[in-house]
Design a binder for this molecule. Structure first.
Ligand code: ATP
Length: 473
C-alpha cells in the first residue's frame, strides 16, 4: 500500500505539500505516467511545474450544497462529505479532513492527488491543487473558469465538485476520482491504437450527451481530446478540464421538425416531431485555444468561433478512436495546422476493421462533423439532437445510456456492481418494468395536454439553463 500523506491539522500549515515529491515518485499505472510523455498539450498553456511552498495567509472553504445536485444526492461520496462536515466546527470541509494517497498527475495548472477523507476509507476523491502564485494572470483566469464551471455541473458524465477550498495561495478542488485513467492511455494499450467500433459508439455517445449538457448551460468546451476523457470505476466516462471553456448566452427552444422515419424495410413515413434545442448558437470568441490536432479551422483562422468547434473536435475524436491517428496530422504542428486550414477534405486511412459493420456510418458521421465551414457542419444549428439522429448511433437508447453496460476493453478494469444501475437495468424484467413506468408517465403527461410533452425527442434532461452572460473567453 502507498504511503498515506496526511494534510495537517490546521489548514494554515500546508505541510502536505512537502510530501509532494514523495508522492510524485509513486508509480500510478494508467493515466498519469503515460500521459505526461505522450499527451498533446493545450496550445496556449505552457508547462509550468507547480511550486508548492508552506507559507499560508488565509483560509476559506466552500462545500457545495448536495441538495442542489439531484443526480448525486444519494451518492455515498456525498454522505461521506456530509459526515465529515457535520463534525467540523464551522460545518465546512477543510484540508485537514483529507489524507492524500498518491500523486495522479500534473497539468498546466496544477497537480492532482488521489485522496480520501480521514475517517472514511470507502470513498476516493481526486484533489486538484493549484498554486496561484506560480500562475500568470491568464492562467489564473482559467483556474477561476474551471472552478466556476465545475460548481455549476450536475451530470453523470461530468465531475461533481464536492468542495472548493481556498487556502492561502492554493486553490483546491475536490472532485470524483476516475481510477481507469483517460481514453488516451487506454487507446495506447490497444492494437493499432484503435478501439473496436462498438466501444467507440458507446464512448462517443456518452461524450455527446456530456457536450449536449454543457452546451445547454452555454458552455463551449473547446478542449475535447482523449486525454480529457477520464473513465470512471464503473466504465462510464467523465469529461475533465474545463479551464478553456467559454460561456455564452443560450436560448433553449422547442422546434417542430419533419422527419422521415423508416417503417418496415421499404416504406417510410413523414412525421412532425417537437424537439428541444439548447445550443449556444450565438456564442462567439476569438481566442485561439485548444490542442492543435483538434483545432477547428475557424479557430485557426482567428475570425471567431462558437459551439461548432466542439462538434468539429467530436469528428476528430471519432476518427482517432477508430483509426488510431488524427485526420489532419502532419509532420509538425505547423503542418497539421496547415492541413486543417486547407480546403482538403478528410481522408481515411485503410485499417483492418474497414469492413466492420457500422464503419460506413462512422465515416459518414466523421465527414459531416469535419465540414470546414461551421455553418454547414452537423450539429452547429440543431446541436446534439441532430448528431444523435445520425445512423452511426442507431440502436442507442439515449435516455438509458447511463444504465448501459460499458464495453469491455483491453486494459480496463471495470467494477461491475451487483446493486448498481448497470446490472439492474440490464435485467430484462426490470427494464420492462422501467419502460412500462416511463410509458405510463408520458401518456399521463400527454393526456394532460402539457405543452412541454416532447414526443419522440431523444433529449431527456430537464436542463437548467443559465441566462446570465458570463464571458470567460
Ligand atoms: N478526477 C481524476 N481522476 C483521476 N485522475 C485525474 C483526475 N483529474 C485529473 N487526473 C489526472 O491528473 C493529471 C492532471 O490533471 P489535469 O489535466 O486536470 O490538470 P490541468 O492542470 O487542468 O491540465 P491541463 O494541462 O490539461 O489543463 C492528468 O494526468 C489526469 O489524468
Amino acid at each position: 500500500m502507498d504511503d498515506i500523506l496526511y494534510p495537517p491539522d490546521s489548514d494554515l500549515d500546508l505541510s502536505f505539500t512537502s510530501c509532494t515529491s514523495a508522492a510524485t515518485a509513486t508509480t500510478f499505472p494508467s493515466s498519469s505516467s503515460a500521459r505526461s510523455s505522450l499527451a498533446r498539450s493545450s496550445l496556449n498553456l505552457s508547462f509550468n511545474e507547480s511550486r508548492l511552498s508552506s507559507t499560508t495567509t488565509s483560509t476559506s472553504t466552500t462545500v457545495p450544497n448536495s441538495h442542489a445536485r439531484p443526480h448525486r444526492k444519494s451518492d455515498p461520496h456525498w454522505s461521506a462529505i456530509k459526515a465529515a462536515t457535520t463534525l467540523s466546527s464551522d460545518g465546512t470541509l477543510h484540508l485537514r479532513h483529507l489524507k492524500l494517497l498518491r500523486h495522479l498527475g500534473s497539468g498546466n495548472l496544477g497537480r492532482v492527488f488521489l485522496c480520501r477523507l480521514r475517517d472514511n476509507d470507502h470513498a476516493n476523491f481526486a484533489l486538484k491543487v493549484v498554486d496561484k502564485d506560480s500562475l500568470t494572470t491568464k492562467k489564473l483566469s482559467h483556474v477561476q473558469t474551471e472552478a466556476q464551471i465545475l460548481s455549476s455541473l450536475d451530470h453523470p458524465f461530468l465531475p461533481t465538485l464536492y468542495a472548493h477550498i481556498e487556502v492561502s495561495h492554493y486553490t483546491c478542488l475536490l472532485i470524483d476520482y476516475c481510477p481507469n485513467g483517460d481514453l488516451h492511455s487506454l487507446l495506447r494499450k490497444q492494437p493499432g491504437y484503435r478501439l473496436p467500433l462498438q466501444s467507440v459508439r458507446f464512448y462517443v455517445s456518452e461524450i455527446l450527451v456530456a457536450l449536449e449538457y454543457l452546451h445547454a448551460l452555454g458552455f463551449v468546451y473547446r478542449d475535447l481530446k482523449p486525454e480529457n476523457i477520464l473513465i470512471r470505476e464503473d466504465g462510464h466516462i467523465m469529461l475533465s478540464d474545463f479551464d478553456l471553456c467559454f460561456n455564452a448566452d443560450v436560448f433553449p427552444k422547442l422546434e417542430k421538425r419533419t422527419h422521415v422515419r423508416k417503417v418496415g424495410s421499404r416504406k417510410s413515413r413523414k412525421e412532425v416531431v417537437t424537439e428541444f434545442v439548447a445550443e449556444p448558437t450565438t456564442a462567439f470568441s476569438r481566442s485561439c485555444v485548444g490542442t492543435h490536432e483538434y483545432l477547428a479551422p475557424e479557430l485557426i483562422s482567428g475570425n471567431g468561433h462558437g459551439n461548432g468547434v466542439d462538434w468539429w473536435a467530436l469528428g476528430v475524436l471519432v476518427y482517432e478512436l477508430l483509426y488510431g491517428t488524427t485526420p489532419f496530422k502532419g509532420g509538425s504542428k505547423e503542418c497539421t495546422l496547415r492541413n486543417i486550414a486547407s480546403t482538403r477534405g478528410v481522408k481515411f486511412h485503410h485499417v483492418a476493421a474497414e469492413e466492420e459493420e457500422g464503419m460506413a456510418e462512422a465515416r459518414d458521421l466523421i465527414e459531416k462533423l469535419l465540414v470546414k465551414d461551421p455553418r454547414k457542419r452537423l450539429g452547429c444549428a440543431g446541436g446534439a439532437t441532430d448528431i444523435k439522429r445520425h445512423p452511426f448511433f442507431d440502436g442507442i437508447r439515449w435516455p438509458l445510456i447511463r444504465a448501459c453496460r460499458p464495453p469491455e476493453v483491453r486494459g480496463l478494469a471495470v467494477k461491475r456492481s451487483k446493486q448498481g444501475h448497470v446490472s439492474h437495468v440490464a435485467s430484462p424484467k426490470r427494464r420492462l418494468w422501467w419502460l412500462k413506468g416511463l410509458h405510463y408517465f408520458m401518456m399521463r403527461r400527454n393526456n394532460k395536454g402539457s405543452k412541454h410533452s416532447l414526443n419522440p425527442n431523444p433529449n431527456y434532461h430537464c436542463y437548467c439553463v443559465s441566462t446570465k452572460v458570463r464571458k470567460c473567453a
